[in-house]
Design a protein around this ligand. Sequence first.
Ligand SMILES: [Zn+2]
Length: 122
Amino acid sequence: MTETGIVYLLHFARPLGGRASHYLGLSTLDGLVERIAAHRHGRGAKITAAANREGIEYELVRTWPGGRALERRLKAAANAARWCPICRPGFLRRDAARVAGYTARRRAPAEYPPLSSPLEVA
Ligand SMILES: [Zn+2]
């Protein structure tokens, strides 16, 4: 796959195994609908297959134009809630509380990418 594609975020209606609430994946723009269908049929990823088995609903909440590099960067940031339109308000509240507890010697957190994107799926 080339570096041009779509990084997409799935939000789970309830956490899988009490923890995972999101899945971040990579697709091509043309292949995105098929990719989501593959998740629905248990062929997308282990985590979405497990969600299917447990009856956990999930939905596509956000996309970004980008490739593997962006997917890796977002996955490395670990907490997808910050980019999820559904979870972001709660994430920001928790993050503000966390930042308020920072000691002066610690570095301020990096800016988060803007929530809006021309390819965003509402
Ligand atoms: Zn979410």
